[in-house]
Design a protein around this ligand. Structure first.
Ligand code: GRF
Length: 196
């Protein structure tokens, strides 16, 4: 079985990245993590990746000022050099330009802590509570040029309980993210292979 070369892009603690790395310890998992790339040199997830023996790279967006495409070209060079075939965004906090999104179209997925199409962007948990929703959740989706707008691959639902705060709701959703993402990434790999 051929495994697709996977890059995981992070900006922070990387708990979703860790869930993907753990799933991919199984040699039968359809993606093989070959690179964890962070736009922040201090991202906690970098240490976790190193502990899992996965190569890491930092491309600091601050080095490129306002030139977002130059930042993305530097990332792209690392991705190409590593032979990447699929990219999973996992708490990657930069909005990608159409150039990068089109270049990796059909090979780029993201996890978002809401039941898309509801609550694109930030503060998803508070917005779901404020709207009086009975449930919330998380979505893994293909990335397109519009932020959090691509087709959903898979979702997980949790209830919103009386007295929930953004923190308690986020804490209920996060473990769901960790089981959802490896499953949804496997589905994305199957789709990519079916296309080939
Ligand atoms: C997660 O809630 C993810 O859905 C969102 O950012 C958070 C990242 O957390 N996109 P982590 O870095 O994976 O722990």
């Amino acid at each position: 079985m051929t495994r697709l070369n996977l890059a995981i892009l992070i900006s922070g603690r990387g708990s979703n990245m860790k869930a993907l790395l753990e799933a991919a310890r199984d040699p039968a998992y359809p993606a093989k993590p070959v690179l964890v790339l962070s736009n922040r040199p201090d991202a906690g997830g970098l240490e976790t990746a190193t502990a899992e023996s996965v190569a890491t790279a930092v491309v600091d967006h601050k080095d490129f000022g306002k030139d977002r495409v130059a930042f993305e070209r530097a990332m792209d060079a690392r991705l190409e050099a590593a032979g990447i075939e699929i990219i999973a965004l996992a708490g990657f906090m930069r909005v990608l330009t159409p150039w990068f999104v089109e270049k990796w179209s059909g090979r780029l997925i993201n996890i978002h802590p809401s039941l898309l199409p509801k609550y694109k962007g930030l503060d998803t948990h508070q917005r779901a509570i404020d709207a009086g929703d009975a449930e919330a959740g998380c979505s893994v989706h293909w990335v397109t040029a519009g932020v959090d707008e691509g087709a959903v691959i898979q979702q997980a639902h949790v209830p919103i309980l009386p007295g929930d705060t953004a923190q308690t709701l986020a804490a209920r959703i996060l473990p769901e993210e960790h089981s959802l993402y490896p499953e949804a990434l496997a589905r994305a790999c199957a789709e990519i292979k079916a296309r080939a």
